[in-house]
Design a protein around this ligand. Structure first.
Ligand code: FNR
Length: 381
């Protein structure tokens, strides 16, 4: 379609198709603060670079003459048929990037039938995003608060709003805080910094001494105090299991023993992820961690993957190494910065088109049955 558009009209596609070019164009549209927020990695950025380098070390070995004329990208996750093994990773506070924020991303995903995973730290309430996503598949990401009542309240709201799976992020117990943001803590700004789900939560509001309008700083302090609880252990998962009757997926698993513990704790899946290199500088590249996790639990629970996926052939590599589906983060945020909903749709369509082509050109007709034999031995790092 893109080739034909170019040939027939002589015009380049509206947003470009190269991921690095899209990032450069998005950067020009964003304030330096917004770009810094999206592009940032932990510390020296070593893990973020390692995520991409790991894809570079794994090469596809195409196979020929295998009748790839009819292809089917669809896959099934937790009993739901999806058009492709691709989800939108949870990204907090998207209003920093574009005023249409999370609802625009959710609409773009729903239009293609792809699941959106909504961050707890969204700048828009989970109910508003559910409305934008309509009939589209949607999952809810939990930054697991200290306060049990607030946790239960968030889960109940997410369930009532049609979020079917719960993604519990395990790698972000501690939050970097920016004093500059606190200085500007008036109400619209509070929503912008990603606590809309708290400010709309009855259990959260019940814990405040004064209404938010009267003392917004106290509301922020209350939220920061309960945002996450670094004392949690595997035993605490029973509480979530008790209060969420759908699939639960643990995000941020990199060690095969943790994947086994997730399985033993009755979890339904894991996301092999290092948070896009934003949490532990020097952590293992997510793709390098994937084969051992998939080998440990891939037959029993659902193994998903994110961190560093930029192209359709990256999706193929992750699936070949044992992921059932992948999540993308920054690429669709670049699309959002460039063109709101249309920009996100463009990025997702490019990924799907290139994934389809990569499958066909390597001799495959769909995501099932891919295995490490599709890849050459890893190149030395
Ligand atoms: C994130 N990520 C993230 N994860 C999460 O569980 N909750 C969140 O609120 C956020 N917020 C967030 C903001 C921004 C700006 C980025 C870039 C990322 C991590 C995200 O879900 C995912 O793990 C990574 O983005 C995947 O890596 P790539 O695709 O960005 O390389």
């Amino acid at each position: 379609e893109i080739y034909l558009h170019g040939l027939l009209t002589g015009e380049a596609p509206p947003f470009g198709t190269d991921p690095a070019g899209l990032e450069d164009a998005a950067r020009e549209r964003m304030s330096p603060e917004a770009y810094g927020y999206v592009a940032g990695g932990a510390g020296t950025g070593a893990t973020m670079r390692a995520n991409r380098a790991a894809f570079g070390r794994r090469a596809l070995v195409p196979r020929m003459l295998r009748d790839v004329g009819v292809r089917d990208l669809s896959c099934t996750l937790f009993g739901t048929r999806l058009p492709a093994p691709l989800l939108l990773a949870p990204v907090g506070v998207m209003s920093i990037v574009h005023p249409d924020a999370e609802p625009a991303a959710a609409r773009a995903a729903a239009g293609l039938g792809l699941p959106t995973v909504l961050s707890t730290a969204s700048s828009t309430t989970l109910e508003e995003v559910a409305e934008a996503s309509g009939d589209g598949p949607r999952w809810f990401q939990l930054y697991w608060p200290k306060d049990r009542d607030v946790t239960v309240s968030l889960l109940q709201r997410a369930r009532a709003a049609g979020y079917t799976a719960l993604v519990v992020t395990l790698d972000t117990w501690l939050l970097g805080w920016r004093p500059r943001d606190l200085d500007r803590a008036h109400l619209p700004f509070l929503r912008r910094i990603g606590i809309a789900n708290y400010l709309s939560d009855p259990a959260f509001l019940a814990g405040l001494a004064k209404p938010v309008e009267e003392d917004p700083l106290a509301a922020v302090a209350h939220w920061a105090g309960m945002f996450a609880d670094p004392t949690k252990t595997w035993e605490d998962l029973a509480f979530l299991r008790e209060h969420w009757d759908g699939p639960i997926v643990l995000k941020g698993v990199l060690h095969p023993d943790d994947a086994r513990r997730a399985r033993d704790a009755g979890m339904d899946g894991v996301v092999v992820s290092n948070h896009g290199g934003r949490q532990v500088d020097g952590a293992v590249a997510a793709l390098d961690a994937l084969p051992a996790v998939a080998g440990a639990v891939g037959e029993e629970i659902t193994v998903l993957f994110d961190s560093g996926v930029r192209t359709g052939s990256d999706i193929l590599k992750a699936l070949a190494l044992g992921a059932r589906a992948v999540l993308v983060g920054r690429p669709y945020v670049h699309g959002l910065a460039l063109g709101g909903e249309a920009g996100v749709r463009h990025v997702l369509r490019c990924l799907l088109a290139e994934f389809d082509l990569s499958l066909a050109l390597t001799g495959h007709t769909g995501p099932t049955g891919l295995d490490p034999g599709l890849l050459a031995p890893p190149l030395p790092g």
